[in-house]
Design a protein around this ligand. Structure first.
Ligand SMILES: *[C@@H]1O[C@H](CO)[C@@H](O)[C@H](O)[C@H]1NC(C)=O
Ligand SMILES: *[C@@H]1O[C@H](CO)[C@@H](O)[C@H](O)[C@H]1NC(C)=O
Ligand SMILES: CC(=O)N[C@H]1CO[C@H](CO)[C@@H](O)[C@@H]1O
Length: 255
């Protein structure tokens, strides 16, 4: 089911966990809630699969796709190009060259959005997780400069870090750490084949602008949803994940 770049669950996990606990004088770390310890022997055999599908389902039922389709792309682009002191002023340098392009846009809209299979990696010290959230968007662009609707395929990965923190009562919680777009993960391509040269310039320019505004915009909507999703995860699943991360045990293995 999951072929996420080869993530496997370590089969000898249970044995190793038990062995570690037995040999561990710090077993009764006062900060570790007692209730968390008995959960260990029942670590599910596919913790990675359970976690990624729970996160994926949570994001979808939190209306991730609807949120993406509702992204105010046109407004953001127009606002960005609206004044030389705007968002893009410093980013694009010679903004004047793109203002005609921005002004010509009649519609820029996400018409289709998909959540692809989540990726999971464990931090080198074993105490954190990185969830890769790959998004695939179809963006329709309408401008009087082109007769037909231009369709762009936009791929973007958001990476969310999951960490364990303890509250004042010593209870552990699984929380969202860094959440950002993965550098270099934005890919924009034209779906409808070749265009005459002037249109190619338009697409190049539009792609350039989307590159500047889209990752932040998407991240600003997706990360709060990830945070929300975490708070609704199954309690047993969260306990299991917290136990593994607290002990720094590898359960996400890279092959
Ligand atoms: C985006 O995430 C997917 C799934 O984890 C991965 O296969 C792909 O290489 C990532 N792309 C980039 C540019 O990071
Ligand atoms: C996640 O949500 C909680 C409130 O539910 C908030 O305190 C916390 O700052 C949020 N974390 C992030 C990284 O947005
Ligand atoms: C700001 C921007 O992206 N301008 C580009 C518009 O497209 C032409 C042709 O591809 C480029 O030369 C500009 O740099």
């Amino acid at each position: 089911m999951f072929q996420v770049g080869g993530l496997l669950v370590f089969c000898g996990l249970l044995a190793r966990t038990t062995a570690l606990l037995d040999g561990l004088p710090l077993r009764l770390d006062p900060a570790l809630p007692l209730a968390a310890i008995p959960a260990l022997p029942s670590v599910p055999s596919d913790l990675v699969g359970s976690l990624t599908s729970a996160l994926s389902n949570g994001l979808l039922s939190g209306d991730l796709l609807g949120t993406l389709k509702g992204l105010p792309l046109l407004d953001t682009l127009k606002a960005a190009g609206g004044s030389s002191s705007g968002l893009l002023g410093g980013l694009l340098g010679t903004v004047t060259s793109v203002i005609p392009v921005l002004n010509s846009l009649a519609e820029v809209k996400v018409t289709d959005a998909q959540l692809l299979e989540l990726g999971l990696e464990q931090s080198p010290d074993g105490h954190g997780l990185y969830v890769t959230i790959p998004l695939d968007l179809i963006v329709d662009v309408k401008t009087p400069l082109v007769g037909s609707v231009l369709k762009l395929d936009v791929k973007l990965n958001i990476t969310a870090e999951l960490l364990v923190v303890k509250d004042e009562q010593g209870r552990s919680h699984l929380v969202l750490g860094d959440c950002t777009h993965s550098p270099g993960s934005l890919k924009i391509s034209l779906l409808d084949g070749l265009l005459p040269l002037p249109m190619k310039t338009l697409i190049d320019n539009l792609t350039g602008i989307l590159n500047q505004v889209l990752p932040e915009l998407v991240q600003g909507r997706v990360c709060p949803l990830v945070n929300e999703t975490l708070s609704h995860l199954d309690v047993t699943l969260v306990h299991d994940v917290i136990n593994m991360l607290t002990l720094g045990l590898q359960f996400v293995i890279k092959v």
